[in-house]
Design a protein around this ligand. Structure first.
Ligand code: PLP
Length: 465
């Protein structure tokens, strides 16, 4: 073998070694397939000039990869647990709302046992699909009926489809991009309906809807909550009650996309008032859509409430079948909504607990964490950590421009971005903010049960051994 062209050991030799290390019951074909991958990666590494690994090391890598595949929450699997210390409660990139314990338990049960998902217990045959979530929505919003989809973008697409090939009238001030590049005008066009733009970017009046509705250009009016931006200056938004009156006079349907929506009054917590689905219906909307995993605080879902004749039409639409949520989601959503009906939402839904936490309570937690650091860190390291007043936000396309006074840990000293990177690389992963030359760990978005884990992660990041 020429030293100029080294090549990795054969798959067969790695396999022999891996077989000795692997757990009983591992399918030999799976082992061989991973061994081929590991040897191919070794070849790439060697082509890049790396020193060859031993057969034992390669066999160990095979077994570790197999282990990670079988343990989706284990290290190296990509789904590591994350502590959100950003102070953004509904962080879309971190998975939005964490679930309540009852939602987790309901999902667990739905996943692990058979259920009466679409089964009529009395008749012993096929029945209507599990309706608990929809029944709760009806009770919570006062709507005639409700329908759940996979997410709110799907709910908007499904409801806007009621226009058929006719027009959907939208104020130019509400032709928004939701995030992730999803744009309301594109959703409308994708359904096959025509977008009818009304008014101007900064000012639209109810009367602007008169002409396109009167001449039948548009048969649906879509209102979109400007969830992630606020307009100031010379602006005027149309009064929804007046728009609905005009629409109904011409036989058009009014859809109100609330985005987040809220089932509790956010003003109770010192925030601006986020519109509720019941208010949307009271203002004349025939259908209101909102997300399950924003301020509702449950799993990703699209929630549609409103007129029963329209919901019956939506149920019959083949597209409804394509955007139907699965049983685990339905169970978790029903459990989440049940907490609102039980009067336990603020006590048990993480999003509301985070919103409701008082700065005094957050400060007590910060003090306990700082005290716990003293025994594990050198004095100069511990001195870098102080308690700071911070500003948290709700996020997730709700309450733009609104903030909550919060409390966090401020870690001063050199190289804050390097410290933030070490926190991200740790176990658990901690996502922090870097602000004015310091790392900020906002406690409002950290579950109190994770405070000990956060302190440990901080110790390891400050004191890499
Ligand atoms: C977030 C949002 C959506 C999309 O909801 P998903 O549940 O993420 O699909 C649609 N419309 C508005 C106004 C939103 O804020």
């Amino acid at each position: 073998m020429s030293p100029a062209s080294p090549h990795p050991p054969s798959v067969e030799r790695v396999l022999v070694a891996a077989r000795r290390l692997s757990a009983d019951g591992t399918d030999p074909e799976a082992l061989a397939s991973v061994a081929r991958e590991v040897v191919a990666d070794e070849r790439d590494r060697m082509d890049g000039g790396a020193r060859p690994s031993t057969i034992e090391a390669l066999a160990k890598e095979v077994v570790e990869r197999i282990k990670a595949f079988a343990d989706p929450a284990g290290p190296g699997s990509g789904l590591t647990s994350v502590l959100n210390a950003t102070g953004v409660i509904l962080h879309t990139n971190l998975g939005r709302a964490p679930w309540s314990q009852v939602a987790i338990a309901a999902a667990d049960r739905a996943a692990t046992t058979y259920s009466l998902l679409e089964f009529d217990r009395e008749g012993g045959r096929r029945g209507p699909r599990f309706r608990a979530a929809e029944s709760h929505l009806i009770a919570l919003t006062g709507a005639q009926d409700a329908l759940v989809t996979v997410n709110n973008a799907a709910a908007v697409a499904l409801t806007v489809g009621l226009a058929g090939k006719r027009g959907v009238a939208v104020s130019r001030g509400e032709l928004v991009e939701i995030g992730g590049g999803v744009r309301i005008p594109e959703i409308i066009r994708r359904t096959g309906a025509r977008l009818v733009e009304v008014g101007t970017t900064n000012r639209t009046r109810a009367a602007d809807f008169e002409a396109p509705l009167a001449d039948g250009q548009a048969t649906v009016v879509l209102r979109v909550h400007p969830s992630n931006f606020a307009q100031t200056g010379f602006v005027e938004a149309p009064d929804p009650v007046e728009v609905a009156a005009i629409a109904h006079r011409h036989g058009a349907i009014v859809i109100d996309d609330l985005g987040s929506g809220a089932l509790l009054d956010t003003a109770r917590f010192g925030l601006a008032h986020e519109p509720t689905p019941a208010e949307g219906l009271a203002a004349g909307a025939d259908l209101v859509t909102f997300s399950g995993d924003k301020l509702v605080g449950g799993p990703q879902a699209g929630l549609i409430v409103g007129r029963s004749d329209l919901i019956a039409r939506l149920r019959k639409d083949p597209f409804a079948r394509a955007v139907r949520p699965e049983k685990v989601i339905l169970a978790a959503l029903a459990a989440t909504l049940g907490l609102y009906r039980a009067g336990r939402a603020v006590a048990e839904i993480p999003v509301w607990r985070m919103i409701a936490a008082t700065p005094e309570r957050l400060r007590q937690r910060a003090e306990a964490i700082v005290a716990s650091l003293a025994s594990s860190l050198a004095v100069d390291e511990a001195d870098r950590v102080t308690i700071a007043s911070t500003v948290a936000t709700v996020g997730g396309g709700s309450l733009p421009g609104e903030s909550l006074p919060s409390v966090g840990l401020r870690i001063g000293g050199r190289a804050p971005t390097a410290l933030a990177a070490r926190l991200r690389a740790g176990q658990p992963t901690v996502i922090a903010r870097v602000e004015q030359g310091a790392v900020i760990l906002d406690l409002r978005t950290v579950d109190p049960a994770d405070d000990v884990g956060l302190a440990g992660a901080l110790i390891r990041a400050l004191h890499p051994s």
